[in-house]
Structure formats: structure tokens, C-alpha cells
Design a protein around this ligand. Structure first.
Ligand SMILES: *Cc1c(COP(=O)(O)O)cnc(C)c1O
Length: 364
């Protein structure tokens, strides 16, 4: 018998979430964001469910190369671009589109001789202050790139730092418009938060990530209300049950002490599986489809829950850590983080199961 812990990936839910993106942004091309191994879901595993996307976007060149090895033939955009000029010829051979966000990259494109020119997304720094050119530099960068033989087509790109706040959107859009005045190139603005608020945002190509995986990008809106379905369900089972007496502690550091007699269940999932160790007492868990609360600190291989509300629970009872029936966003919020982090952090020792085996036709 295997240890009772696995991540179930529901490809039908992923397809439905992609259809939801299309509904919200009917005129835009969709570049599905699959960085971080498709937000922890497994890039090759989810690929069949993304067949309807116009392309994919990610940050890891080696994963882009892998996609081409698997005969993925639509667009692939590298969101941080190339890291060394030597990668440019690899990009050209594989028809990879690249973000360009700094002077070094512009120079590399100007001085390289490539077997095929590249599609280039010029990244505007509209207030995030991570990557990108300041608005007043963008026109000059575009002029240089437009006359470079290594560049086949130009796009303008923005990444929102605060798409969830109204004023964050307004300021970034104003900076972007300033940067792009008079530049005739197609634009790519929206991440998931921007797609959800697409009417105000616009853009020729959208770049949804988290919403495809069925979690919310907005702190004030649940995934369910946004019409999104969870793709990953992290499932386990009870492997032990203890009867506590008043005064009994649970787990390392006894961060929970019982004040009344009750049962606790022990679940085969811990921080070495990617469950957040800093999740506090009270973090929600489902046992036998019933919401219960975590008690005590998660350890490397186990966590413990109060079974007061599930008298029928015994060793072997089914557990959901997050996913169907328990949004990852609720667990994340209890643990003072975001769904993104939990999904990306599922550890290599957790086996994955695909719950809807679509025909694996990678030659799209
Ligand atoms: C990660 C990323 C996205 C997707 O963001 P979500 O919030 O997951 O939708 C879009 N664009 C860029 C540049 C990114 O790095």
C-alpha cells in the first residue's frame, strides 16, 4: 500500500477555466501561463487541456525547449526573456518569443545573427519596478529593435503590480499609455486579475495564470464566484486517531492544548509534502467531506485535526487538504499566504494522478 497522499489534477476543470478566460476576454489571444511547472500541476500533464490556448508563457527556457521536443507547435513566450546572448540562437531555432526588459538584451539582439528573427515583447515598467523599461525609454527601444534584423515582430507588454486595486490599475495604465503613445504594436497587459477586470483593461493578448488553475487572484473575490473550478485536489487519509484529555498537547511544541476531551485525527501530509508549516491552529481541512480545524503544528510528514464534528471518522477516512470542497485560497488565507504558493510548493515526493485522461495529442 502506498502512503495515502496524492495530488489529483482535473483536466476537465482546467478546460472549463480556460473557457472562462475566453468568455471574459473574447477578442484577445490567450497565452496560458505555465511557469513553475504549470503552477505545480505538471506542465506536460496539463498540456492536453490547454490545446485551445493560442500559446503558452513561462520563464524557464529548458521547459520551453521541452515543449518543442514534445511537438507543441503554437506560440511560446519567455516572460523573463533570455538570460545570456548565447540563448538567442536556441530561441530562434525553436521559434520562441522573448520578452526584452533591459539594455543588455537590446544590445544582444542588435548584434546577433540569427537563423530566424524573433517575436519580441518589449516590457514596460509601469510601476512594478521589477523588470522593464521606464515609460520615457520605450519609444527609443522600439525604434532600435524595429530596425534590427533579429526582430520579426514587436509587441508591447505590461505587468500589473496591483491589478486587484482600482487605483493600481489606473496608475499603471496611465504609465503604459504614456510609454506607448504613437507605437503601433499589439499589446499584452492582463494577467488573471486583469482578465477578470478586462473591460477596463483591454489588450490584444492576455496572460492568465492562476485563474486557469482554479484559484482566485483577487483577495476579495472567491474562485467559485468568479466561475472557476479547482484543478488540483490534494487528497490524503487519516492514519491515526488519538483521544485527548484536557491538558493534553498535540505535536511539536504543543502549540495546541486540549481544554476538553476530544478526538484528533492524524493525516499523512506534512511540510515535506509542501503543506505550509506556518499554518496555524484552525486552518481548515476536510475529513469525510466535513470541514474540520487543524490543531497543533504541521510536522514533516503529518498534521493533526480536531475530529469533534466527524464522529464517524476513523483510520482510513478520506481527507482533502485543498481542492474540491475546500478552496486552496481558504487554506492559503489561514496560512497568511496565497493559493499560488501552495500550488507551486507541492513536493516531488507527492504522486500525481490525472483524473480525466484526454487524448494526448501534442501536435496541436
Ligand atoms: C506569472 C505571470 C502572469 C500570470 O499571472 P497570474 O496572476 O497567475 O494570472 C502574467 N504575466 C507575467 C509577466 C507573469 O510573470
Amino acid at each position: 500500500m502506498a502512503r495515502p497522499l496524492y495530488a489529483q489534477v482535473n483536466l476537465a476543470a482546467l478546460r472549463a477555466n480556460l473557457a472562462r478566460v475566453r468568455e471574459l476576454a473574447p477578442k484577445a489571444q490567450v497565452l496560458a501561463v505555465v511557469k513553475a511547472n504549470a503552477y505545480g500541476h505538471g506542465l506536460l500533464r496539463v498540456l492536453p487541456a490547454l490545446a485551445d490556448a493560442d500559446g503558452l508563457a513561462l520563464v524557464e527556457p529548458e521547459m520551453a525547449y521541452l515543449l518543442r521536443e514534445h511537438r507543441y507547435s503554437r506560440r511560446i513566450l519567455l516572460l523573463e526573456g533570455f538570460f545570456t546572448p548565447a540563448e538567442l540562437s536556441e530561441f530562434a531555432q525553436r521559434r520562441l518569443a522573448t520578452v526584452v526588459h533591459d539594455e543588455e538584451q537590446v544590445r544582444a539582439l542588435e548584434t546577433s545573427v540569427l537563423e530566424r528573427p524573433l517575436e519580441v515583447f518589449v516590457k514596460v515598467n509601469a510601476g512594478m519596478n521589477r523588470l522593464g523599461f521606464r515609460p520615457d525609454k520605450v519609444a527609443a527601444v522600439c525604434r532600435r529593435l524595429a530596425s534590427s534584423p533579429s526582430v520579426a515582430a514587436l509587441r508591447l507588454m505590461l505587468h500589473f503590480a496591483r491589478a486587484e486595486d482600482d487605483d493600481g490599475l489606473v496608475d499603471a495604465l496611465a504609465a503604459f499609455d504614456r510609454a506607448c503613445t504613437g507605437l503601433p504594436y499589439p499589446r499584452s497587459l492582463a494577467n488573471s486579475a486583469g482578465v477578470i477586470r478586462f473591460a477596463e483593461v483591454g489588450g490584444d493578448a492576455v496572460r492568465p495564470g492562476i485563474m486557469l488553475y482554479g484559484a482566485t487572484p483577487l483577495p476579495y473575490e472567491t474562485a467559485e464566484r468568479l466561475g472557476l473550478r479547482p484543478v488540483m485536489t490534494l487528497r490524503s487519509a487519516l492514519i491515526g486517531v488519538q483521544d485527548l484529555r484536557p491538558g493534553d498537547g498535540v505535536g511539536y511544541g504543543a502549540t495546541y492544548v486540549a481544554s476538553r476531551p476530544h478526538r484528533v485525527g492524524v493525516i499523512a501530509c506534512g511540510y515535506a509534502d509542501g503543506y505550509p508549516r506556518h499554518a496555524p491552529n484552525g486552518t481548515p481541512v476536510l475529513v469525510c467531506d466535513t470541514p474540520v480545524r487543524m490543531v497543533g503544528r504541521p510536522s514533516m510528514d503529518m498534521l493533526t485535526v480536531d475530529l469533534t464534528d466527524v464522529p464517524q471518522a476513523t483510520v482510513g477516512s478520506p481527507v482533502v487538504l485543498w481542492g474540491e470542497g475546500l478552496p486552496v485560497d481558504e487554506v492559503a488565507s489561514a496560512a497568511a499566504t496565497v493559493g499560488y504558493e501552495l500550488l507551486c510548493a507541492v513536493a516531488p515526493r507527492v504522486p500525481f494522478v490525472t483524473s480525466e485522461l484526454a487524448g494526448v495529442d501534442l501536435a496541436l
